[in-house]
Ligand binder design. Structure first.
Ligand SMILES: Cc1cc2nc3c(=O)[nH]c(=O)nc-3n(C[C@H](O)[C@H](O)[C@H](O)COP(=O)(O)OP(=O)(O)OC[C@H]3O[C@@H](n4cnc5c(N)ncnc54)[C@H](O)[C@@H]3O)c2cc1C
Length: 419
């Protein structure tokens, strides 16, 4: 396993629970910061429940009961729906804690999570080209590589190394340039509203003077963390992954000074540095399986293009990767074993391909400022439209049954070609 973020740690947990010998090589040391919004929707809570990690409030997990959307002169609350497949709440927890807990959870199942190991590349069988391991170097406390390169061999390797996708890139797997890509920045501020149990999203991010310039495709967020602070950030979407040329720090600065005055933050006193990163979406790196190697999470571009959420999908991919690897172990001959591993890529497309194809259309549409304007001004206050849109954006619809919105969504995602 390369990387012990949510994808790597969940896979390490699942595989160790299945009795596999798992080594997860993680370049950093926990607890460590990760640039993120720290927000978990009901979909992510479901994945955390599935690995059996407890989430009590007294240990810092703060629940949220829905999404408050602000934009176009509206401020409306959309509670998470009561559904069979998902809990009716989300959570927030800073990634420094979340990722540490996930790694410890993987260890508790028997995985050997090694911190301070930087993986330098994949090792391939010279004859067949199959991935049979990785090379890695130990790092010191400052992250500097030390010592000799060490080779780790494994019958199956998972690359869960995040957006840098070093392993995949080293194998020549470039990102697809017809997929949306996000860019987001975030930091933390003290706020008296730190323990509010709602996620807040602001849909009006302007590229100049508010009200007189263009609306950008993206949103700002405030995710209270219950510890005196909130994670506050802003992201934009580029429909084909091309650089937008936007100065996200300047956009962020303008928004926190003018757009969120009711949170009583001091815009000049963030409690951490403003940091940003790219967000790889809609399966922008494929295939998700090449002989011997599975891509899980951001390394395979698995972030939801509708909302920028990636933790749930990295953990879902970890679950699916484990199913495939169990199939490989239980297969009775080599052909069936290889087919079981290859089934992972197909399963991910079955799970999310149609939905992500819709997401690509969405990214295209919202990149037109007029569309954003009409949606925020006229769409937000329409309960029928918003029932559907809320489920669509948060990806919490029932795949089978449910109400009319669930049925419509599940039909649309089935019709949309998975690519
Ligand atoms: C600003 C921002 C806000 C976001 N907000 C949210 C949000 O609120 N909710 C949400 O669900 N998603 C959010 N996302 C997306 C989310 O952060 C990612 O989708 C998620 O972290 C993906 O998990 P992962 O395990 O695939 O990768 P990562 O979390 O990136 O984990 C990869 C791990 O691999 C390690 N690694 C990398 N290279 C190597 C190497 N060569 N050797 C060894 N180890 C290596 C890294 O140190 C890291 O620990 C946000 C992203 C950004 C940029």
């Amino acid at each position: 396993m390369v990387g012990a973020g949510p994808g790597g740690s969940a896979a390490a947990y699942y595989l160790a629970s299945e009795g596999f010998n798992v080594i997860a090589l993680e370049k950093s040391r926990f607890p460590r910061e990760k640039v993120c919004g720290d927000g978990l929707t009901p979909r992510a809570v479901r994945e955390i429940d599935l690995i059996g990690l407890p989430t009590p409030r007294e240990e810092g997990w703060i629940p949220n009961w829905g999404l408050r959307m602000v934009g176009g002169g509206h401020r409306l609350e959309f509670p998470w729906h009561e559904q069979d497949s998902f809990p009716n709440y989300g959570l927030s927890l800073a990634r420094a804690s979340l990722d540490h807990r996930l790694a410890e959870h993987a260890r508790s199942a028997g995985a050997d999570v090694r911190e301070g190991w930087f993986v330098t590349g994949a090792v391939r069988d010279e004859r067949t080209g199959r991935v049979i391991g990785v090379t890695a170097k130990e790092t010191d406390e400052k992250g500097r590589k030390i010592g000799d390169e060490v080779t780790f061999t494994a019958p199956v390797v998972i690359a869960a190394d995040g957006v840098s996708a070093r392993i995949a890139l080293g194998l020549g797997m470039e990102r697809k340039d017809d997929r949306p890509m996000g860019v987001a920045v975030r930091t933390y501020f003290e706020t008296p509203r730190h323990d509010e149990e709602w996620m807040e999203g602001h849909l009006t991010i302007w590229d100049g003077e508010p009200g007189k310039s263009n609306l950008l495709p993206g949103y700002g967020w405030i995710f209270p963390l219950g510890d005196g602070t909130a994670n506050i950030g802003l992201g934009t979407l580029s429909p084909h992954g091309q650089p937008s040329g936007l100065d996200h720090r300047a956009l962020f600065d303008g928004w926190i000074r003018n757009g969120i005055t009711d949170w009583e933050i001091d815009p000049d006193a963030p409690t951490a540095k403003v940091q940003g990163a790219a967000i790889p979406m809609a399966f922008n790196r494929q295939p998700h399986y090449v002989p011997g190697l599975l891509l899980v999470g951001d390394s395979g571009g698995m972030v939801n293009p509708f909302n920028g959420e990636g933790i749930a999908y990295a953990m879902q991919a970890a679950r699916r990767a484990t199913e495939a690897i169990v199939g490989w172990r239980d297969a009775t001959d080599d052909v069936a074993a290889e087919a079981a591993l290859a089934g992972y890529a197909r399963q991910m497309k079955d799970d999310l391909g149609g939905y992500y194809s819709l997401g690509r259309v969405f990214a295209e549409l919202v990149s037109h400022p007029q569309v954003m304007k009409v949606c925020t001004r006229y769409g937000l206050p329409q309960p029928v439209i918003m029932r559907f849109t809320h489920k669509l954006l948060a990806d919490v619809y029932e795949p089978r049954g449910g109400d009319w919105a669930d049925r419509l969504l599940s039909t649309l995602t089935k019709i949309a070609p998975a690519a």
